[in-house]
Design a binder for this molecule. Structure first.
Ligand code: NAP
Length: 757
């Protein structure tokens, strides 16, 4: 009889049914949150007992998913801290949300599994005592729903994993252990997206547009659509992915690099930019029709890139169709042209993982050989951190990756031949850097409590604001408004009615968009009232600074008009800007330039009265379409290394009178941007010490809105307005690296548009 051990080396399987007291596992601990190579470390820990409805599975192989890159980083949520606060004592996280393995121990209430069963595991966990689950409703909506191995502990990156019995499904015996561990998370997610929404459940002959057709989710979606007799059209970023998608069953492919209208929708007032966007979206739609050989639009659009693609997805989706989305990989701000949504009665449907039936639905397709796991690469046990590091650096191969856990070698576990006619896919598994691929952090599923109680800045607006406003009347010509903006160095002008009360606000964007697409003659007829926004975001002098910051950031603005409403109407008394908050709000003493003193605390008697209009508009036609960014931009850029502290960036902003600092890598190429908003939000909810501990790299926005100096000015304006930014970083492409060479700001554009010289 073999001697039973307390701990088995990785790759040596304990006798069936014997659960040793200890196991090897890859763990994250809070003190080493960071990049995968640092965060994930091998340790020996006690094997947990399964609860009555749980089983212990000896893990043969585990799947690799991005959620455990985030878990290791500790952002955007600290999964360990959250569980500790909920009463779980373990100060570590064992990730892993996909697995194949063998059942070694069953809880006393488990009737569907027995020791020795070979299983694959889906990652949906919920409490069987949850009233929602008990009532027979979809457990995906249950408050106790969690993703196993991300939101819960005891995932598959260990010799044994603890799972609920219902998570286990029969392992396809025609696959290797590692293939079995590669597909369930993405496959079941895609299955729910395509079958889970009754009105738009997949039907034979449906046209389905699939983003990222060669990616994890996309490759599963193509196969599901093919199995249903539908027509999958895959979108990819390189022509050499076409063959792969066609082999999976796509009827055609589109290379998204052939189009350049991606990103948030242009402002609907920007007729030039909007028309340009429409041209792009229409030609993309035509590419779909060309593939189909008829004018049919997708009944379902399978979405996950999010911010950059959603306007197009909604546009090309058929009347009465749906855009179903499970992620926002490129960002979370979905801009939707509501006119298309309501007139064509389209739907935007969120979807998240899958329930038992949907997981089974996908597993049945795999069992029948109708879906291949598309495993691109398998790693050894020792390479677990490396596989995640590749993902972190966006160098991971396309398709789905797996890691050997208990399986002693690659290629084991294949016990039967493939089912007749089975799909078999060869995936090239070479690591390769993905150009321009930015993955926004996972959004926490639950409302997450702040780590520490958030620190509120209870100082009042009246302590930091500027008294007096630069204003104009409703009938002031736009030309005059622009002159005042440049003369007084302000980014917005308050429009007052005849009695002096606030009637609206004209921002730099309003002025620039007034010019965009109009002739100088058209422009000459416009007055402040025509272009102003009547919804002025205001606060009172008694508002707290924390509330004011939230008001600004949620309205995407950089200043608040401070009003006195004692008379029942908004009397403008001053302005609070992001700059004021950075100057006086980061510390208790003013930061930066010593010449800055506290604003005068006199009351608002100096409201700027509009001068008699003096519209010398004759020479306003100076902006030719041929004006280039190079003609208008500022040379030179204020930059900061990633490691600089947030306070250094704040000081730079004040010293140079700028609203953003470009963050650069070691060789000087631009890697991101830190805006005033980023700096202010770094301070919001934190003490001065906590904010000072943050580096520029922690708070920067990595997606840089940039253009080259040879771009047309009108294109640059559209780039700014659709991305809701007030300046572009002008760059030079040096061997694929974007070197910052200048800045183009809204102020520069206004100066140029309304220059009288
Ligand atoms: P993946 O294998 O990395 O594939 C993502 C694909 O997106 C890539 O193949 C890429 O294809 C495409 N892509 C990248 N940038 C794009 C852009 N700017 N515009 C259009 N397409 C772009 O990832 P995945 O496993 O399929 O997962 C995709 C997302 O879904 C991730 O964010 C993941 O976390 C999330 N997810 C959510 C759930 C859920 O239950 N909610 C489940 C699974 C995954 P091309 O470059 O060829 O176009």
């Amino acid at each position: 009889m073999t001697e039973l051990k307390e701990l088995y080396p990785v790759g040596e399987q304990p006798p069936l049914g014997y659960v040793p007291p200890k196991m090897y596992a890859w763990l994250v601990r809070p003190e080493r949150f960071g990049e995968p190579m640092k965060a994930w470390q091998e340790e020996v820990i006690d094997i947990p007992e399964p609860a009555d409805d749980e089983v212990l599975v000896y893990v043969m192989a585990a799947g690799v998913n991005y959620n455990n890159v985030w878990a290791g980083l500790g952002i955007p949520i600290d999964v360990i801290g959250i569980r500790n606060r909920a009463g779980e004592p373990e100060r570590f996280h064992i990730g892993g949300s996909d697995a194949s393995g063998i059942v070694y121990k069953v809880g006393k209430d488990v009737t569907t599994l027995k020791v020795g069963d070979e299983v694959v595991i889906h990652c949906g966990i919920w409490s069987r005592d949850d009233p929602w689950v008990k009532s027979g409703e979809d457990p995906m909506y249950a408050p106790t729903f969690r993703i196993w191995g991300y939101e819960t502990n005891w995932g598959s990156f260990a010799q044994f994993t603890k799972v609920q019995a219902h998570q286990c499904l029969p392992r396809p015996q025609h696959l290797t252990w590692e293939q079995g561990a590669a597909y369930m998370l993405v496959g079941a997610t895609a299955y729910r997206m395509l079958y889970g929404w009754a009105e738009h459940a997949l039907r034979k002959d449906d046209v389905v547009l699939i983003w990222g057709g060669a990616g994890g989710l996309g490759s599963m979606a193509i196969q599901i659509v093919k199995a249903a007799g539908g027509k999958a059209i895959a979108v990819v970023s390189e022509d050499d992915k076409f063959e792969y998608c066609m082999n999976l069953g796509a009827v055609g492919c589109i290379n998204r690099k052939n189009f350049n209208h991606w990103g948030m929708l242009p402002h609907w007032k920007d007729t030039v930019g909007y028309n340009e966007w429409l041209k792009g979206a229409r030609s993309f739609g035509k590419a779909i029709w060309d593939i189909l050989g008829e004018r049919r639009s997708p009944r379902v659009v399978f979405e996950h890139p999010g911010e950059t693609t959603i306007p197009t997805s909604i546009f090309v989706c058929d009347t009465g169709g749906t855009v179903v989305i499970c992620a926002g990989t490129t960002g979370y701000n979905a801009t939707v042209d509501l006119r298309y949504l309501w007139m064509r009665q389209k739907r935007l449907q969120g979807s998240h993982f899958a329930n038992d039936e949907q997981s089974k639905g996908f597993n049945d397709l795999v069992l029948a050989g109708l879906a291949d796991p598309c495993m691109s690469r398998a790693f050894t046990w020792d390479e677990l951190p490396y596989s995640h590091q590749l993902m972190y650096e966006n160098k991971h191969p396309f398709g789905n990756m797996a890691i050997l856990i208990g399986a002693p070698d690659f290629g084991l576990g294949k016990n039967i031949a493939e089912p007749a006619g089975a799909v078999q896919i060869e995936v090239v598994g070479e690591p390769k850097e993905r150009e321009g691929f930015y993955r926004a952090p996972l959004h926490p599923v639950d409302e997450v409590k702040a780590k520490e109680p958030a620190v509120e800045d209870t100082r009042l607006v009246r302590e930091l604001m500027h008294y007096g406003v630069i204003s104009c009347s409703t009938t002031t010509p736009v030309d005059e408004v622009a002159q005042r903006m440049t003369e007084y160095h302000v980014h917005a002008i308050v429009v007052t009615d005849a009695a002096g009360y606030t009637a609206g606000v004209v921002s730099q964007t309003d002025v620039v968009l007034a010019r965009q697409g109009r002739t100088a003659d058209d422009l000459a007829t416009l007055m402040a009232a025509d272009i102003m926004s009547p919804h002025v975001v205001t606060c009172s002098p008694e508002t707290t600074i924390s509330e004011a910051i939230t008001l600004m950031t949620r309205n995407r603005i950089h200043r608040l008009v401070v009003v006195d409403t004692r008379s029942g109407k908004p009397w403008p008394v001053g302005v609070l800007s992001m700059t004021d908050i950075i100057t006086y709000g980061m510390r208790t003493a003013p930061l930066g330039a010593s010449s800055m003193s506290l604003p005068p605390s006199a009351l608002a008697t100096d409201i700027y009265e509009p001068m008699a209009p003096e519209p010398s508009l004759a020479d306003l036609g100076i902006i030719e379409d041929s004006t280039l960014v190079a003609d208008v931009m500022h040379q030179g850029v204020v930059t900061s290394p990633r490691s600089a502290s947030v306070l250094d960036a704040a000081k730079q902003m004040l010293e140079y009178g700028i609203h953003a600092v470009v963050v650069v890598g070691d060789d000087g190429h631009a890697v991101g941007v830190v805006s005033q908003t980023d700096v202010v939000l770094a301070r919001q909810g934190r003490t001065v010490e906590q904010a000072a501990a943050l580096s520029v790299g922690d708070i920067m926005t990595p997606s840089l809105v940039s253009c080259t100096a040879d771009r047309k000015l009108s294109e640059a304006i559209t780039l700014m307005t659709r991305n809701r930014v007030h300046r572009l970083v002008v760059v030079e492409d040096k061997a694929g690296k974007l070197m910052p060479v200048g800045i183009l700001s809204m102020t520069d554009v206004i100066r140029q548009f309304f220059s009288r010289n």
